[in-house]
Write a protein that binds this ligand. Structure first.
Ligand code: SAM
Length: 235
């Protein structure tokens, strides 16, 4: 099962989130109209689309994903391809390579290969920005089984971060946080749509029981911080 509903009408595709995320991005790297940008695992490409408009990019930013969404942003140059395959067969260089909430879907060998290939595709002052869920004090609302799976996944993320920090000792770490306010009803719908990878392997019954659990254990409105770790790598 694939991640089709990640940013399907959730806070992750809201204008407020995209604006706030892009403001954070632009604090980490100086970009202008001439910048060349690549987003690996771009999903619907909303982040790139916003960057394209706000920077008035001369060249459409490139977004790659193994999933092709019908409602993807039209301001991007989209390629439906696996990240490593794309990087191996392309000589274009970029000022920014963004990898947001995608690296955890790969194994360690693929991650090592991916980042070393990305490094060769950077322009002189280019940067790779890798985002993944904050591994400690994560506030994502969960039901019991989801929590167990999320903890396992976050423990693996910790190992990925350590692995990359050892491979690249100059890596920098920053934090991004977004305040989410959403009705429990809407959130239950997101769970039903398996919006996050920890839900993908659950049975329909497990999801239904989880939704009941969320319904009875949370208030009508959910308030929490969606927190990300940002790893920054230079050429
Ligand atoms: C959790 S979503 C994140 C989407 C987007 N970056 C965001 O943060 O809104 C992960 C995305 O990575 C894509 N993906 C997973 N493995 C990939 C690979 N090997 N190459 C390219 N894209 C991949 C998935 O299809 C999915 O759209």
């Amino acid at each position: 099962m694939s991640l089709k509903n990640w940013d399907n009408k959730t806070w992750l595709s809201s204008k407020k989130y995209i604006r706030s995320f892009n403001n954070f991005l632009l604090k980490q790297i100086r970009l202008n109209r001439d910048s060349q940008i690549l987003d690996i695992g771009c999903g619907r490409g909303k982040i790139l689309g916003f960057l394209c408009s706000s920077l008035r990019l001369k060249n459409k930013p490139v977004g790659i994903d193994i999933e092709n969404h019908k409602d993807r942003d039209k301001r991007i140059n989209f390629k439906k391809i696996d990240a490593i395959k794309y990087l191996k067969n392309n000589n274009q260089k970029f000022d920014l390579i963004l990898i947001k909430q995608t690296i955890h879907l790969m194994n360690f060998r693929e991650i090592k290969k991916l980042i070393s290939l990305c490094k060769t595709k950077l322009k002189k002052d280019g940067k790779i920005l890798i985002f993944s869920l904050e591994t400690s004090k994560n506030e994502i609302p969960t039901f019991l089984l989801m929590k167990k799976r999320l903890i396992n996944s976050l423990n693996r993320d910790k190992k990925i971060i350590l692995f990359l920090s050892k491979l690249y000792p100059n890596i920098k770490k920053k934090k991004f946080s977004f305040r989410v306010k959403i009705s429990t009803k809407k959130y239950m719908e997101m769970i039903r749509n398996r919006y996050i990878s920890t839900l993908l392997s659950m049975s329909s019954n497990q999801i239904l029981r989880g939704i009941d659990e969320i319904n009875s254990s949370y208030q009508k409105i959910l308030n929490f911080n969606d927190k990300l770790i940002c790893l920054i790598l230079n050429k």
